[in-house]
Design a protein around this ligand. Structure first.
Ligand code: ADP
Length: 274
């Protein structure tokens, strides 16, 4: 009767509050679960090369080996050490990116130089990993600058280009283009004729350590952190990363920067034209 009604009126939002609380706990639990997953992933990624290294050390200590065999083992050990080095470098890059504020709009980076560096890197990598060279095409459609940190922009672009070369078999095509869109945005695209990615994997590619094919990624020296780093850098620069891919046909990765962060470089010749 009466007392019960009073009690309900005294806490008009009790039901809602409980709901809010439940939602907060869920978000917290989710964050905690993600942190646990991350730590488990990092541990696993470190343990794998470590196990291989330990095995080689034991072999070298217990087996009498010929000099050339010893040096082959040492070479393989060096590779594993390098793997771990790359992993630690990528982890540090991610944590640095997460901790820093968006870069100011008063530092301008010339895309021409970044494109040239990407091209050199792609050629070098293709020469090292493929028996038949890739057909590489780089195009700078507009000489422009992007407001942002050169090393970060370079890292994002290089990641996409080197992924395209790593996942596309030799002889395949990799095309990278910088262009200005009609609305003033700048767009960097990388297309490849590689294996492509099935639709259900595409939304997850930028998650840390998410790989479609773990062994394929490892074989080519991947850490599984590349696209997570790219996404962070692009977001910090106010841009967007779009991924389109078709299994068996190839992929297209596009980064667009907002018009406010892009400006065209007018050469003296262009400025003099009527
Ligand atoms: P990884 O070090 O494994 O390459 P990334 O974060 O750079 O890590 O990429 C995540 C995953 O996305 C890769 O393991 C691979 O499965 C897929 N991927 C990335 N780029 C391409 C590409 N150009 N073609 C096909 N698959 C790709």
């Amino acid at each position: 009767g009466q007392p019960m009604r009073l009690s309900v009126q005294a806490h008009p939002y009790a039901g809602n509050r409980r709901m809010l609380l439940t939602r907060d706990i869920t978000a917290l639990e989710k964050a905690e679960e993600m942190r646990r997953d991350f730590v488990a992933n990092v541990s696993h990624e470190i343990r794998t090369p470590l196990t291989v290294l330990t095995g080689f050390v034991e072999t070298l200590q217990t087996l009498p080996l010929e000099a050339d065999e010893r040096s082959r083992y040492l070479g393989l050990m060096g590779q594993q050490a390098q793997r771990m080095g790359t992993l630690v470098a990528d982890l540090l890059t991610l944590s640095r990116l997460e901790g820093s504020a968006a870069p100011p709009l008063n530092q301008w980076t010339r895309m021409r130089a970044l494109m040239a560096h990407c091209e050199d890197e792609a050629r070098g990598l293709s020469g090292r990993i493929a028996t038949q060279p890739h057909r590489l095409q780089f195009a700078l459609e507009a000489d422009s600058e992007v407001a942002g940190i050169a090393t970060e922009l370079q890292s994002a672009m290089s990641n996409l280009v080197t992924n395209a070369v790593r996942y596309t078999p030799g002889g395949g095509e990799v095309t990278a283009t910088w262009r200005l869109l009609s609305d003033g945005r700048g767009e960097f695209t990388v297309r490849d004729t590689g294996p492509g990615v099935a639709a259900e994997h595409i939304p997850r590619l930028t998650e840390r350590f998410y790989r479609v094919d773990r062994s394929r990624s490892r074989e080519t020296g991947g850490t599984g952190l590349g696209l997570a780093i790219v996404k962070h850098i692009v977001q910090r620069h106010g841009g967007q990363l779009r991924i389109e891919s078709e299994l068996g046909k190839g992929s297209r990765f596009a980064i667009t920067f907002p018009a406010s962060r892009v400006r065209e470089v007018r050469t003296r010749l262009a400025a003099q034209a009527p």
